[in-house]
Design a protein around this ligand. Sequence first.
Ligand code: PMV
Length: 326
Amino acid sequence: MKSVTVVAHPNIALAKYWGKRGGDGNVPAVPSLSVTLSGMSTTTTVTFDDGLAGDELVLNGAIVGDRPLARVTALLDVVRREANIGAHARVVSRNDFPTASGLASSASGFAALALAAVRAAHLDWSRPRVSDLARRSSASAARSLFGGFVELDGGEGAPGLALPVAGPDAIDLRVLVCVATEDAKLISSTEGMRVTQETSPYYAAWLTEGPLLCARIRDGVLAGDFRAVGECAERSALAMHACAMAAGVVYVSGTTLAALAEVRAMRALGIDAYATIDAGPHLKCLVTSQSMHDAKTRLARVPGVVRILETSPGPGARVLEEGTDR
Ligand code: PMV
């Protein structure tokens, strides 16, 4: 039996996806484009062990069952089938940032799990194939297998493939994560998307707008144009949240909106700063290396911001350690 440890970073979507295409495979309804962020990480060890009576999940030091374990088992089952393995697995995972609160812990978590499980099972899979496996558990996780700027396709006819668009240095970009709470979010992204898709009067508009913004962000990244990327990224986040809110799905808090007002006040003063928000209350502020210090000082004063994590574009998931067979 082999033990493999992988580290993966969360990614934050500059062009959001929200909503799933019909059919199997957990393919998004729109394309998205993200940046993988070093400065936050998940470290996961997978060991297939004939002595186990069932799969085990230890997350941040606590034994976890129910739905999180069922999601892990679903991924492991695919690997077991492909590798012809009967053994259950022990999965030990730790995040160095708040878990399940809209900080993309599922992205880094399933990216790390997919790569560790595939390697522990001795499967010689390509990166895109591991990414495809991760996507089936959490679509955003497909992007964390790669570093830098990554696009995940979506919509009718798309295979749901994540591919790198540009390396971590393509734009001078830093991301300040304004932690608004250490608690888990109340509505999972899967549930929020389902409700939005079924009941938001603006969902059709989002399906048109999302891909247009994604294409503009890709052009901006390839041109190294921070402002073009920032403007479209802020638009994409606000369009996604407007669509969700119209279905009664609200992730922002007073702190998020106060931080957004501060980002806009900074821009009015000529400081390069744009906002993006995921399925949680933490605002992420996109800044240049030059504007980072001023932006961090100002955001730290926003009431409700507990702490600020400094992150920058980083590498994809990678193996840290491969234990020997026993
Ligand atoms: O794939 P999930 O369940 O992690 O959902 C991700 C949803 C957003 O973070 C809001 C958007 C995105 O493209 O990452």
